[in-house]
Design a protein around this ligand. Structure first.
Ligand SMILES: Nc1ncnc2c1ncn2[C@@H]1O[C@H](COP(=O)(O)OP(=O)(O)O)[C@@H](O)[C@H]1O
Ligand SMILES: [Mg+2]
Length: 505
């Protein structure tokens, strides 16, 4: 309180007294202090202006500090003028103290900032850096120009290349289109070719089949006619031979009895008779004659049987379908093949096992069916002979019998099945696939025509039946014929097959 009252008391003498109130000296101080104050108040305004304008100036707060320190200085100078008339030295001292504090703060802050301020590049350095930058910029510009030039050249080249590529692409596209067209037309002609080939193949197959039929029909029908003719021709003489054999036997027996009677009545005949009896060995002749007569009888019977079988087999007299006993047809075929079935020099007899079912008569072309039985049976015999030959070659045991098993049965009451199986050589799947092809044979030239099964297949097909086969190599083969008891259509009469004999032996 004392301090404050002292501050504003007129306890001190005004400062003008020190200048002895010399107007010149007082005026000089007033002017100088006024100008200094003015300057000290202007400088902060300028600083504020600069800081406001140049926002990038670093340490702007330092300018503010300087500004306040200079303002303080300005106030002290105003106080100098004031104290000329008013001795408020405490106030003046206080303002000076404030100014001192602000100055010291500014100084200490500046000390701290010196290294940072020194680090700020000088205008010369900046000018040098600027120059270096300009040089670099110039160089960069040059490089950029060169780069632009290169880019331009590159772009030109790319454009040229693109144009070339485009051209090549177009060419390629054109070629592609042409190729596709060519491919398309190739495919079309290929398809056409394929179709033509198929047509040709079909035509060829048909031709082969027709040829086979024609050849067979022609060949077999003449062969059948011949066989039937021969059978007929033989039939007459054999009939009277057969009919006369008992008579001849009776006569001969009578004559023999007569000779014996002569021998009893005339035990000592004339020398010439005795000589003749000796020469002809009468006792042997008498004994042998009985046997010969027996053989003649047997032979004639067999000839009769064979002729009957041949006639039965060829059945040339049957142009229409007939209702026949299938078993008779099989038996006839077996009879004709008898000579092949019986024991041979290098081969045991082929045994036939018949397992005939109870079959009603079947409506069919018996001659054609017999032809099928004959073909299948003779193939079975061939396969069994092959097995026999193979066994002989490898000196294997001959224990296994050569068998043909024939089984017949009625299926569903309206179809008959005939199974003909052998335990012969069997077939590979490859052979199996071709057996019904005309002219396909695995037999040596002169032994097989390759037509037997092709014709058989056709015949069974014409009978609205089926011919199937199961075979296992080395074990045997079984053929199965299935035909209806009654044909549904009259197609058979126009099948192109005359009833004929085809002996595929
Ligand atoms: N029972 C069978 N066992 C083995 N192979 C058979 C039998 N039947 C037919 N084949 C085969 O089928 C082929 C064709 O028979 P086929 O048409 O009768 O002509 P071919 O008897 O004249 O050869 C025969 O060559 C044979 O290879
Ligand atoms: Mg054959």
């Amino acid at each position: 309180m004392h301090m404050v009252s002292e501050m504003f008391s007129s306890y001190f003498i005004p400062h003008g007294h020190c200048y002895l109130w010399k107007p010149g000296l007082v005026g000089l101080h007033i002017l100088s202090d006024s100008l200094i104050s003015l300057a000290y108040f202007l400088i902060p305004i300028e600083l504020i202006y600069i800081v406001k304008k140049r926002k990038d100036i670093p340490f702007d707060w330092l300018f503010m500090l300087f500004g306040s320190f200079i303002v303080c200085c300005g106030i002290t100078h105003i106080m100098e003028i004031w104290t000329l008339w008013h001795p408020d030295y405490w106030l003046s001292g206080l303002l000076k103290a404030i100014t001192a504090i602000v100055s010291l703060c500014t100084a200490s802050v500046v000390v701290d900032l010196i290294p940072k301020i020194l680090a700020i590049p000088s205008p010369d350095q900046l000018a040098a850096a600027n120059l270096a930058l300009q040089v670099e910029i110039a160089e960069r510009k040059q490089v950029q120009e060169a780069l632009s030039q290169l880019t331009l050249e590159l772009e030109n080249r790319v454009q040229e290349r693109t144009a070339d590529l485009e051209e090549a692409n177009q060419l390629l596209r054109r070629e592609n289109r042409d190729r596709k067209l060519a491919e398309e037309s190739l495919r079309r002609s290929e398809a056409q070719l394929q179709k033509q080939t198929e047509q040709l193949q079909n035509a060829l197959q048909q031709l082969q089949s027709t040829q086979t039929q024609l050849v067979q029909t022609e060949k077999m029908s003449s062969l059948g006619q011949m066989v039937a003719g021969v059978a007929h021709e033989i039939n007459n003489p054999i009939n009277f031979i057969y009919a006369n054999i008992p008579l001849a036997t009776d006569y001969i027996r009578e004559l023999l009895d007569l000779i014996q009677l002569y021998q009893v009545c005339y035990p000592h005949p004339a020398l010439a008779i005795q000589q003749k009896i000796k020469n002809i060995e009468l006792d042997f002749v008498l004994e042998d004659l009985q046997k010969i007569l027996g053989s003649i009888q047997l032979g004639a019977e067999r000839i009769k049987e064979i002729v009957k079988s041949l006639r039965n087999f060829s059945r040339l007299d049957e142009a229409e379908m007939k209702t026949v006993n299938i078993h008779e047809g099989i038996d006839s075929s077996l009879m004709i093949l008898q000579h092949r079935l019986k024991e041979q020099r290098n081969r045991p007899q082929i045994q036939t096992i018949k397992e005939y079912g109870d079959l009603p008569p079947v409506e069919c072309y018996a001659g054609q069916l017999n032809q099928v039985f004959m073909n299948i049976l003779s193939n079975a015999i061939d396969a069994l002979e092959q097995v026999n030959r193979d066994r002989q070659q490898c000196c294997c045991s001959q224990e296994r019998k050569l068998l043909i098993r024939i089984r017949t049965l009625l299926v569903n009451g309206d179809r008959v099945q005939i199974h003909i199986a052998d335990n012969g050589a069997g077939m590979t799947p490859d052979v199996m696939a071709k057996i019904y092809d005309p002219f396909y044979t695995t037999k040596p030239i002169g032994y097989g025509t390759g037509l037997g099964l092709a014709i058989s297949y056709q015949i069974i097909k014409n009978h609205e039946g089926s011919l199937t086969c199961v075979s296992s190599l080395g074990k045997g083969t079984e053929f199965m014929i299935e035909i209806p008891l009654k044909s549904k259509t009259s197609r058979l009469t126009h099948a192109g097959y005359e009833p004929c004999l085809f002996v595929d032996v």
